[in-house]
Design a protein around this ligand. Structure first.
Ligand code: KIV
Ligand code: ZN
Length: 514
């Protein structure tokens, strides 16, 4: 009988800790629905005690996402565990993931606790979690810099207190595959009990996937992963790479199965990229746009004669084939909504209306509309649909080499219109200045990147910007067949995120008090 390798997705928790990512509840729900479609076993939906927004997202996902078990992260404090459970309670199946640091550096500088206190905290936190659910995971944070004997003692305390999964986090990406594999083996040999052993590898040395697979080779039966390898600093192990390594090399992972619908990998990657504003590098394994592109004549010849000469994965097995949508400018709202539903995109209410309007505009300008185009406009409308956010009603620009470029924007917010004109070095700069004036958010531009969603001269331009304002860093994304419009949309999308983060921070400050 094959043994299941549990895919524990933490895109919405560790992935969301990537700098500049700030997803709202609707966006997190959209990603969680897609993760369920992808068939992951666990979704770590957030860290409920960290913020009201995190709490609400975990609760909303627990209430409505069917299929995967929903997990929430918690420190060992009893109040954290209680809050975590409160958010998870509506889930059909729920896991509490309790963690505490165990490395000398973390215990001394962050926790200011003795090793004995850390063991007591572990026992108390895990035992409290077990009063709520019989699915409890425990992580000794910074495990790879923790003396092995102490880690074993803490893990034994966790198992004796009721932990059913022991996760070994390489928090700072310090592991080397053979060494990390040895740690997993050592835990298995020295901690008796009935538990699943898990890996959680960060990518500071570019080894997160290799370390995770070494862990699997040594007996780990859960891997913690993020879509597109998102996560703190250099990120976590990439879900798509781990899944495809196991699927492609059954000879190396004998008797191990993963329950993921790999055809959904590319779409999941695109959705996460669009909603987080983190582009996927062109040559990214499995989901990069060049992952199945062949440049040299010899390779092209080989692949045309027989695909397997230069491809170890069939592009269609990971959903990397641009599907043509049979929607045109005469298609109605029903056909549009129906197509989105078939693509698995859950869009309703105002976001659906806005996406339909954008689709009609696009159909006027672009002959062939692909599912990637539709996903792009839907994702942007979800991101724009921020409570109290601004909507772009009109944009007019004048440029060229003679007069100073200028832009006029009309924005609306809760029914009120605001119009501004600005001049600057280029049409894009002018549009961004006008948006700053109309919104009152004087953000600085840290990064600007433009690419195309699909090929061809009428392709959608896809713009990602990074902005900073009052110490808040966010990214925003916009798409249009016109690059100036895409840029203005991306800028406004990011400004709306700043407004949202500020509102969230104000709520938090008023909850905490002076
Ligand atoms: O990297 C880490 O140590 C974590 C833990 C909370 C599991 O993300
Ligand atoms: Zn982590």
């Amino acid at each position: 009988m094959a043994e299941r390798l549990i895919i524990f997705d933490t895109t919405l928790r560790d992935g969301e800790q990537s700098p500049g990512i700030s997803l709202d509840v609707a966006e997190k729900l959209e990603i969680a629905e897609q993760l369920a479609r992808l068939g992951v076993d666990y979704i770590e939906a957030g860290f409920p005690v960290a913020s009201q927004g995190d709490f609400e997202a975990v609760e909303a996902i627990s209430r409505s996402v069917q299929g995967p078990v929903i997990a929430g992260l918690s420190r060992t404090h009893l109040a954290d565990v209680d809050r975590c459970w409160e958010a998870l309670r509506p889930a059909a199946r729920a896991r509490i993931h309790v963690f505490i640091s165990t490395s000398p550096s973390h215990m001394e500088h962050m926790l200011k606790m003795t090793p004995e206190q850390v063991k007591q905290e572990t026992a108390a936190g895990v035992a409290r979690a077990r009063t709520y659910t019989d699915d409890v995971e425990f992580s000794p944070q910074d495990a790879t810099r923790t003396p092995l004997d102490f880690m074993i003692e803490v893990l034994q305390v966790a198992v004796d207190s009721g932990a059913t999964t022991l996760n070994i986090p390489d928090t700072v990406g310090y592991g080397i595959p053979w060494d990390f594999g040895t740690i997993i083996q050592y835990v298995r040999d020295n901690v008796p009990g009935d538990y699943v052993i898990s890996t959680h590898c960060h990518n500071d040395l570019g080894l997160a996937v290799a370390n995770s697979l070494a862990g699997v080779n040594a007996g780990a039966r859960q891997v913690e992963v993020c879509v597109n390898g998102l996560g703190e600093r250099a990120g976590n192990a990439a879900l798509e790479e781990i899944v495809m390594a196991v699927r492609t090399r059954p000879d190396q992972f004998e008797g191990i199965e993963v329950g993921v619908n790999t055809e959904e990998l590319a779409r999941t990657s695109r959705l996460v990229s669009r909603l987080t504003g983190y582009p996927v590098q062109y040559n990214k394994a499995v989901v990069g746009r060049n992952a199945f592109a062949h440049e040299s004549g010899i390779h092209q010849h080989g692949v045309l004669a027989e695909r397997t000469t230069y491809e170890i994965i069939d592009a269609s097995a990971v959903g990397q084939t641009g599907r043509q949508i049979v929607l045109g400018k005469h298609s109605g709202r029903h056909a549009f909504a129906d197509t989105l539903a078939k693509m698995g995109l859950v869009v309703q209410g105002d976001a659906l209306n806005a996406a339909f309007t954008r689709f009609k505009e696009l159909a006027d300008r672009k002959v062939q509309i692909t599912d990637a185009d539709l996903e792009a406009i839907v994702a942007e409308e979800l991101g724009t649909n921020v409570e109290q956010g601004f909507t772009l009603e009109a944009l007019e620009v004048q440029g060229g080499t003679v007069d100073t470029p200028r832009a006029r924007v009309v924005l609306s917010r809760t029914g009120e219109k605001s119009e501004q004109t600005a001049e600057d070095d280029g049409m894009i700069d002018a549009a961004c200045q006008a948006i700053k004036a109309a919104t009152g958010v004087d953000a600085s531009l840290l990064g600007f990147n433009v690419s195309s969603v699909t090929g061809g001269v009428d392709a959608l331009g896809d713009v990602v910007v990074q902005l900073e304002h009052d110490g808040i860093r966010v990214s925003g994304r916009g798409v249009s067949t016109d690059v100036v419009e895409a840029s203005a949309r991306a800028f406004l999308n990011a400004v709306n995120r700043i407004i949202r983060v500020k509102a969230r921070n104000e709520v938090r400050a008023s909850e905490i008090g002076p």
